[in-house]
Design a protein around this ligand. Structure first.
Ligand code: AP5
Ligand code: ZN
Length: 214
């Protein structure tokens, strides 16, 4: 099963990707996590991406498309994958199509901007696994520690309010057009399109996804 998770920063893509990975046994491909790993590793890509990400802007389509093409060619993607944070521009979506990468489901997470700003203020992440928590809405079992490894949780560099607002602006400008893009794809029978209310509690959203993807 090939699934695209579409939604604003903080809409819950990464959170539900963790749930769906477990449920369907398919890998999460988070372009954001891939870029953050490159930054931690100090690679050339990481150095180039850091400044752009810290400013809340998008990394170039060319770089991102190359990264994803390489990733989905790996053997663990044979039975499908979850795209989290990709595509997020029309050229990225077109590149998928041109490369013959069909998708089965596109899931849009609908969350208002003000809720997102509040969510980001409380987000904590475990960089090595991509697991995501919230101090109030999805707290770890032990404060400040990852549930599985017990390692320290961190605050993402791009989660300050000013940067979050910039990212939201870019989402509305460059990514929101994909809602129409994939709704049209669905109308032509090329995929299924589902819009979910991302403001419900985490477990309820997961439950809804289970029903939609059954
Ligand atoms: P990326 O890492 O993809 O960030 P994003 O899309 O901005 O999304 P987030 O990871 O911030 O949010 P999310 O939807 O995963 O929410 P989460 O589940 O964590 O990208 C970062 C940067 O990399 C970009 O700005 C760009 O520079 C670059 N980049 C990446 N991909 C790119 C691309 N394709 N092209 C160009 N550049 C690219 O949840 C957020 C918080 O809310 C958490 O604390 C969570 O616990 C909580 N939460 C989740 N669900 C709920 C719920 N239902 N109720 C209450 N709280 C909830
Ligand atoms: Zn994410």
């Amino acid at each position: 099963m090939r699934i695209i998770l579409l939604g604003a920063p903080g809409a819950g893509k990464g959170t539900q990707a963790q749930f769906l990975m477990g449920k369907f046994g398919i890998p999460q491909i988070s372009t954001g996590d891939m870029l953050r790993s490159a930054i931690s590793a100090g690679t050339e890509l990481g150095l180039a991406a850091k400044k752009v990400m810290d400013e809340g802007k998008l990394v170039s389509d060319e770089i991102i498309i190359g990264l994803v093409k390489e990733r989905i060619a790996q053997p663990d993607c044979e039975n499908g994958f979850l795209l989290d944070g990709f595509p997020r521009t029309i050229p990225q979506a077109d590149a998928m199509k041109e490369n013959g990468v069909d998708v089965d489901h596109v899931i849009e997470f609908d969350v208002a901007d003000d809720i997102i700003v509040e969510r980001m203020a409380g987000r904590r992440v475990h960089p090595a696994s991509g697991r995501v928590y919230h101090v109030t809405y999805n707290p770890p079992k032990v404060e400040g520690k990852d549930d599985v490894t017990g390692e320290e949780l961190v605050i993402r560099a791009d989660d300050q309010e000013e940067t979050v607002r910039k990212r939201l602006g870019i989402y509305h400008e460059q990514t929101k057009p994909l809602v129409d893009y994939y709704s049209n794809e669905a109308a032509s029978g090329r995929c299924a399109y589902h819009k979910v209310d991302g403001t419900k509690p985490v477990e309820q959203v997961s439950q809804e996804l289970s029903v939609l993807l059954a």
